[in-house]
Design a protein around this ligand. Structure first.
Ligand code: 2NL
Length: 336
C-alpha cells in the first residue's frame, strides 16, 4: 500500500499541474477526495490489512489526505487570484458596461409628494399593521354590523375577527387610543378590498388618511388644509369644492373635488365634461369615534380625510388604468 500511496501522489501532482480552471480543479478534488474517491477507497481497505501495519498505514493515509486537501485549496486560491488579475488587465479605454440604476415607483413618488405637503403643514406620519381586528377596522369607526363592507365577501378575512385592513383609519384609531389631543397626523399605507380587478379597481391599493383633533378644530380648518394640499399637488390655480356626502365615521361628511387638471375646468373626457375631479372624502370626526377611543364627551373636535394614492397619481399623470402600476412593465414605470 505504501507504494500505491506514492504513485497516487505522483499522478495527483501531474493532474494538478494540468488543471487549468476552477471546474477541472473541482473535478480533481472529487476524484481524489470525494466520498467515493481514491483516498476514501484506500481508507475502506484499511480494516482488512495486517494488524501490525494498520496504524502506520492509517497515519500515511491521513497525511496523504491532508496533503491533497492543502494542495487543492492552494491551487483554488491561486486560481481565483489569477482571474482577478486577468480582469483588472481588461482594456480600460473601452467604454464601460452600465447597468441602469433602479428608480422610485410612481406610487411611492406620489406618496412622497403627498407626505411632504402634509409634513410642511405640521402633520406627522404614522404607520400601523395591515392585519387588523374588526374593532379597529369597523367597530371603532362606527361601521355597523349590517354594513355591506363587513360582509366576508367585501373584506379579506384571515379568520374570524382577523382581516386585512380596508382603510388606514385603523391607524388613526390606534393613535387616538394611545395618546390624547392635540393630534395632527397622516397615515399612508396599503389597504385591501376584494374587488374584481378592472381599469379603476385593484384588490390592493394605497391610501393616505389624515386626522387633526384638538379643542375647537373647525370645518374651516379642514377646508384650509385641503385647499393648500390641492394647490400644491395640482397647481396654484386649482379650485376646490366640497359636496355633502356620507361616511359612518364623520359628521358632517363631504366629497372633495378639484377643478379638472386636464381641461382646467372647461370640461373634457377625463372629468366627464363636469369640469371637476373627485380626489378625496372628508368630514368632522363623529362623536361615536371619540367615544370608541375613550375621549371625554364634548371636549374635542376634529377633522379627517382619506384619499387613494393611485387615483391621485392617475389624475396627475393622465393614466387611465390602475393595473399599469402593478404589472412591473419597465416601459411604463420608467416614464415617471
Ligand atoms: C375616502 C374617504 C375618509 C376618513 C376617511 C376617518 C378616520 C377616523 C375618523 C373619521 Cl379615525 N374619519 N377617516 C374620513 C372621511 C373620509 O376617506 O373616500 N377615502 C378614499
Amino acid at each position: 500500500m505504501e507504494r500505491e500511496i506514492q504513485s497516487i501522489k505522483t499522478t495527483f501532482e501531474k493532474e494538478l499541474a494540468n488543471a487549468g480552471d476552477a471546474d477541472s480543479l473541482e473535478a480533481l478534488r472529487v476524484k481524489y477526495l470525494g466520498r467515493k474517491g481514491i483516498v476514501a477507497d484506500l481508507m475502506q481497505r484499511l480494516p482488512g490489512m495486517p494488524k501490525d501495519e494498520k496504524p502506520k498505514m492509517g497515519r500515511e493515509l491521513n497525511l496523504l489526505k491532508k496533503d491533497l486537501e492543502k494542495k487543492i485549496k492552494n491551487a483554488k486560491e491561486n486560481f481565483s487570484q489569477k482571474t482577478r488579475t486577468a480582469h483588472s488587465a481588461i482594456d480600460v479605454t473601452l467604454p464601460g458596461t452600465w447597468r441602469k440604476p433602479g428608480e422610485i415607483h410612481p406610487i411611492t413618488k406620489t406618496l412622497n409628494e403627498i407626505n411632504d405637503i402634509f409634513i410642511s403643514l405640521g402633520f406627522r406620519i404614522t404607520e400601523g399593521p395591515e392585519i387588523e381586528t374588526e374593532f379597529y377596522n369597523f367597530e371603532a369607526l362606527n361601521i355597523p354590523l349590517e354594513h355591506p363592507s363587513r360582509d366576508a365577501f367585501d373584506t379579506f378575512y384571515i379568520k374570524k375577527d382577523i382581516l386585512l385592513r380596508s382603510h388606514t383609519s385603523t391607524v388613526q384609531i390606534r393613535i387616538m387610543e394611545k395618546g390624547s389631543p392635540p393630534i395632527q397626523a397622516i397615515m399612508p399605507g396599503r389597504v385591501y378590498r376584494p374587488d374584481a380587478t378592472d381599469a379603476s379597481h385593484s384588490f390592493m391599493f394605497h391610501q393616505v388618511e389624515g386626522l387633526m383633533v384638538d379643542e375647537r378644530v373647525k370645518f374651516t380648518d379642514l377646508k384650509g388644509v385641503l385647499n393648500i394640499f390641492a394647490k400644491q399637488m395640482f397647481g396654484e390655480k386649482t379650485k376646490v369644492r366640497f359636496r355633502p356626502s356620507f361616511f359612518p365615521f364623520t359628521e358632517p361628511s363631504a366629497e372633495v373635488d378639484v377643478s379638472c387638471i386636464i381641461c382646467k375646468g372647461r370640461g373634457c373626457r377625463v372629468c366627464s365634461h363636469t369640469g371637476w375631479l373627485e380626489i378625496l372624502g372628508a368630514g368632522m370626526v363623529s362623536p361615536k369615534v371619540f367615544e370608541a377611543v375613550g375621549y371625554p364627551k364634548n371636549k374635542y373636535t376634529g377633522f379627517a380625510f382619506g384619499m387613494g394614492v393611485e387615483r391621485i397619481a392617475m389624475l396627475k399623470h393622465g393614466i387611465d388604468d390602475i393595473r399599469l402600476f402593478f404589472e412591473n412593465d419597465a416601459r411604463f414605470l420608467k416614464q415617471f
